[in-house]
Design a binder for this molecule. Structure first.
Ligand code: AMP
Length: 551
């Protein structure tokens, strides 16, 4: 017997319909690419998104086509995003931090027909335009006055292009399982692979994100969407802010401490989400200028591990609650949130900070398991660690055009490539990426654990740990440090700081100071580049017979 409920398809453009109807005058504030901070609202955003859809259809865009954007978080980008899916096409948010060749590769692989881009990226695209045969038109996200001189063929100023539509249009009807958007993985190993989101997966994922243990977002919030739309759907905020009617603040291209602080302050932001690097810049700026954050209530930190010191500074110094989160492009991207379950509420404050270093527990809609290399499930005791695998309605079943072959195990779980523990309360903790874990004498050392602790040293701005070849133990950890401005931490003081906080045999065998640590297109430490750079590094322990001091 079938249920007798209406078949109301889960279409992602219904989210902007809802925002425009229920929260029409809620503000959307952007730091424009031209410079000034500009304001619109959800009703106007929807009207312009309808024009985008109409203009795309007039161009000949049909359901299933891909339309690329190469843009920062602004209202223009957001109206394009909804307009593209409203035309029945799939938005392809290109990550400008990918290497030039990768950008050309993914645009070609996706067979994007149009590219909508910020003026900032015109020189970048000019330099690869002759490798982009599928692009029929370049729409530059500015008006006539802001239009740069460009060699791009068939380029048009967005406002002129949009003026050719009157907005008298209805969204193109599609199935909820149809493609809605695309995002490529950052391709640290091999070519980037295309992840294809459906309308249904985006709507379900956004509903999940809004729940109280997760974003806890409402129409009373002012949400600063720092995480870029080209980084896995801006962790769903481009949907969930509209779905709840929150005021939305968009930072454009300026993510430095001063610019983020200006928006937090001016717009009375209560909620935000970004990677640790962005928060680090903000905290340094606050410290240097002796500033407070009286209105900010909570921040989501993910994309890479959130150091304990960061959670503590936010809470103790600024009264801001940190919700550590984990996920990946293939998971739309949210997978776990570290909110406190009642059984953990009685923990002492320091123990709560320890718990908050974990990546958290999955919400409804994400199933999780850890297995050994043979696929056997491991216990949830907080100690056993193995491959982290996930299943759910917003998790990839395959990559675009079948890249990488079958990506699911026999039970339909996707291997995340992360190594993790899960404790008795269901809290997951990432131990490492399976390829970054340091294999010392047959045992595993977590590079992430050491990095997290090292950044708590008062003279350390950023830390990375990699495995370096060792004649006796195969690999031993090398600690790479970016010092804070005008500081020179010694190896002795950093190792003394680590002592007692990690097992003795995890202690790095050496430490080097560098000016900069390379990052991937999504802001993670680029371990492959560090491994290349230090491949010939000779550890002081390499000649000693007993490098390992105990186990
Ligand atoms: P991406 O698809 O670029 O978002 O990268 C996903 C990967 O980032 C995950 O598989 C993890 O290795 C890493 N990652 C994301 N969030 C966290 C976190 N909170 N802690 C540690 N690693 C993380």
């Amino acid at each position: 017997m079938l249920g007798l409920m209406q078949n109301w398809p889960l279409l992602a453009y219904k989210i902007i319909d809802y925002a425009a109807q229920q929260h029409p005058r809620r503000k959307v504030v952007s730091r424009s690419i031209e410079g000034p901070i500009v304001e619109t609202n959800y009703a106007q955003l929807r009207n312009r998104a309808l024009k985008v859809a109409q203009r795309l259809v007039a161009h000949g865009i049909r359901p299933g086509d891909r339309v690329a954007t190469l843009a920062w978080n602004t209202a223009r980008h957001l109206e394009c995003w909804y307009g593209i899916m409203g035309a029945g096409a799939a938005y392809h948010t290109v990550n400008p931090r990918l290497f030039k060749d990768q950008i050309a590769f993914i645009i070609n692989h996706a067979e994007d027909r149009l590219l909508l881009l910020d003026t900032t990226f015109v020189p970048l695209i000019e330099s690869v335009a002759d490798q982009l045969p599928t692009i029929e038109r370049y729409v530059i996200l500015t008006d006539k006055a802001g239009m740069p001189k460009t060699a791009l063929i068939n380029a048009v100023a967005y406002e002129d292009w949009l003026a050719e539509a009157d907005g008298n249009f209805s969204w193109v009807e599609v199935d909820e399982n149809d493609a809605c958007g695309m995002c490529y993985t950052s391709g640290t190993t091999g070519e980037p692979k295309g992840v294809v989101y459906s309308h249904r997966s985006n709507v379900l994922h956004s509903l999940i994100a809004c729940m109280s243990d997760n974003f806890r977002i409402s129409s009373r919030d002012v949400a600063l969407m720092v995480v870029p739309m080209f980084h896995a759907n801006s962790w769903s905020l481009a949907f969930s802010a509209l779905m709840t009617g929150a005021t939305l603040v968009l930072p454009g291209s300026k993510l430095d401490g001063a610019s983020i602080y200006e928006l937090l302050e001016k717009e009375k932001v209560t909620f935000s989400a970004a990677v640790p690097t962005v928060w680090l810049m903000l905290l340094q700026y606050l410290e240097a200028n002796n500033l407070e954050l009286p209105l900010l209530e909570r921040v989501i930190i993910g994309g890479s591990a959130c150091p304990r010191a960061m959670t503590k500074t936010f809470a103790d110094r600024f009264g801001v609650d940190v919700i550590h989160a984990w996920g990946m492009t293939e998971m739309s991207p949210l997978g776990t949130f570290c909110s406190l379950k009642p059984e953990t509420k009685s923990l002492e404050i320091e123990a709560q900070y320890d718990l908050k270093m974990k990546q958290g527990h999955p919400p409804f809609g994400v199933e999780m398991k850890i297995t050994d290399d043979e696929g056997r499930a491991l216990p949830w005791d907080g100690k056993a660690f193995g491959r982290l695998k996930v299943r759910g309605p917003a998790v990839s079943s395959a990559y675009f055009k079948g890249a990488g072959g079958n990506i699911l195990d026999d039970d339909g779980f996707f291997d995340t490539g992360d190594v993790a523990t899960v404790d008795e309360f269901g809290y997951m903790q990432i131990v490492d990426r399976s390829k970054d874990v340091i294999k010392s004498g047959g045992e595993w050392i977590s590079s992430i654990d050491i990095e997290n602790i090292a950044v708590g040293h008062p003279d350390v701005a950023e830390a990375a740990v990699i495995g370096v070849r060792h004649p006796k133990w195969d690999e031993r950890p090398l600690l790479i440090i970016v010092p804070k401005k005008d500081r020179t931490p010694t190896k002795q003081s950093v190792l003394a700081f680590l002592e007692g906080k990690i097992a003795k045999w995890w202690m790095p065998d050496d430490m080097v100071l560098v000016q900069e640590i390379p990052h991937t297109a999504t802001g993670k430490i680029l371990k492959t580049a560090l491994r290349d750079k230090f491949s010939n590094h000779v550890l002081p322990t390499a000649q000693e017979p007993a490098a390992r001091t105990g186990s």
